[in-house]
Ligand binder design. Structure first.
Ligand code: CS2
Length: 465
């Protein structure tokens, strides 16, 4: 179902709720379990699954993270929701029916039941970059308080884990016990080598509890790496009203996204998968160049704009990009990133031009505060590799260093800081001068921080915005 916006449509008081009578096709059986039911997973993986030609065979059971709200709202609509594709020149609307079960993440018994069912073939993850609890040394941080608490709980054999890693490890243990066989875990968070990160996090977690389980995971779970892309801002009340006016029903959980979407995947699916390629997904042998192109150019620019833009009083990506100082910083960072990406096949100039157009879509109010979250984790993927590559090539890396300096200034600016390392960052900000810069840099990279000229460079770039 795809409707064009009808501006003359008016909203009536007694509009029907989006309900099962509007389901575009029969409900598919659960074969995919998703962790991290949020707007992005719905505009991306659920949308691709919905469009696969074999969608009738592939239903998704989607679990929320910390709160039940998204599952409750969706369950009331039989899992259905509207995707609003918001282009420069108007909206279009489609009802997506691939989520057949929306579950509160705290319902661990249901997760265990579904993951241990032989029919379940794929587990997709959008649990946020920070949730993998990988430290700056590249390994699972077993001392993180929530990880340690879940490990203690698993060891005691009673109670339900609260972290996504803990919940999934428990569910995989049940799959092993049930003899339900191999499956694929598909990481859809913005991390370089995200399949490997997911493997390290899950196997590391399992190993700290039960070495046999870690071995089983290694032998039976295929960790698929992906590069995911679709700008999906938070849904607002105005979006609910837009759906109501155009579609003639009340949807309490629509999701708004840009028309563009991209999904590149690399890895095996031992128990099968939907034909996501029907919706444009691409399967490749070597994902790294695609991943880096997206993480550095799109996400890197996003983080730069998030910190520089907010320091300069902007609220959205489009506003920040319209500020020449921010745009110049983005272009400079992109030049550095581009110098470290293989030229062949990646069409970087066209990709950069497309990004400028996507970021300037002022009808998508993509809030900088949303992007600024979890900076200590995100910058390890978005700024650090470019800075390292530039230094290795004998150049300064000032463009990447500027992103780091802007993040540091932002952490000390009085803006709300949502970050797993918020306490440590606040403590570092008690210091002054190069010591403060050094302490903050050590949270991003243990090697770069040994280099005094890097500390000097970042220190010099502080206060640029
Ligand atoms: C953003 C991403 O919030 C962020 O960190 O950079 O969510 C970005 O919008 C998506 O990766 C786009 O595909």
């Amino acid at each position: 179902m795809s409707l064009e916006l009808q501006p003359e449509a008016t909203s009536a008081v007694d509009l029907p709720r989006l309900n099962r009578s509007l389901r575009p096709a029969a409900k598919a059986p659960v074969r995919i379990v998703h962790l991290g039911l949020g707007a992005f997973s719905r505009s991306h993986q659920a949308w691709y699954t919905h469009q696969a030609s074999d969608a009738a065979d592939w239903g998704i059971a989607a679990f929320t993270g910390r709160r039940p709200d998204a599952a409750l709202a969706l369950a009331e609509q039989d899992g259905l929701f509207t995707v609003v594709e918001r282009a420069d020149d108007g909206d279009s609307f489609a009802v997506v029916g691939s989520i057949v079960e929306a579950v509160d993440g705290a319902d661990v018994p249901r997760l265990v039941e579904l993951v241990s069912a032989p029919a379940t073939a794929v587990i997709t993850l959008t649990i946020t970059e920070a949730a993998y609890r990988i430290g700056s040394d590249g390994h699972l941080d077993r001392t993180a308080s929530d990880v340690a608490a879940d490990l203690a709980l698993l060891a005691s054999g009673s109670g339900n884990p609260t972290t996504p890693l803990g919940r999934l490890v428990l569910a995989l243990a049940a799959r092993r016990a049930a003899g339900a066989g191999p499956l694929a875990v598909v990481c859809c968070d913005n991390l370089s080598n995200n399949g490997t990160v997911a493997r390290k996090a899950l196997a590391g977690f399992a190993d700290a509890w039960d070495a046999g389980l870690a071995e089983w995971i290694d032998a039976n779970i295929s960790f698929v790496s992906t590069s995911v892309d679709r700008i999906t801002p938070r849904t607002t009340d105005a979006d609910l009203a837009a759906v109501e006016a155009a579609c003639g029903y009340r949807d309490n959980s629509p999701v708004v996204a840009e028309p563009f979407s991209n999904w590149v995947l690399s890895g095996d699916f031992p128990a099968g998968r939907p034909r996501w390629e029907d919706a444009g997904a691409v399967f490749v042998a070597d994902i790294e160049p695609y991943e880096n192109r997206k993480l550095w150019l799109l996400n890197g620019a996003h983080s730069l704009l998030a910190y520089a833009g907010q320091l300069r009083g902007h609220t959205t990506v489009a506003q920040a990009l319209a500020d020449p100082l921010c745009l110049q910083a983005v272009e400079r960072f992109w030049d550095e990133a581009e110098a470290n990406l293989p030229a062949a096949d990646l069409q970087i100039p066209a990709y950069r031009a497309a990004l400028l157009a996507r970021f300037s879509n002022a009808r998508i109010a993509h809030h900088l505060a949303q992007i600024a979250m979890d900076g200590s984790t995100k910058l390890r993927m978005r700024a650090v590799p470019v800075l390292q590559a530039e230094r290795a090539a004998g150049r300064t890396g000032a463009g990447a260093a500027l992103m780091i300096a802007a993040w540091m200034d932002f952490t000390a600016s009085g803006n709300t800081l949502q970050d797993p390392l918020a306490g440590t960052i606040a403590a570092a900000n008690q210091l002054t001068g190069p010591e403060r810069t050094q302490a903050l840099l050590s949270l991003l990279d243990p090697v770069l921080v040994q280099d005094h000229s890097v500390i000097e460079l970042v220190e010099k770039l502080r206060g640029s915005f």
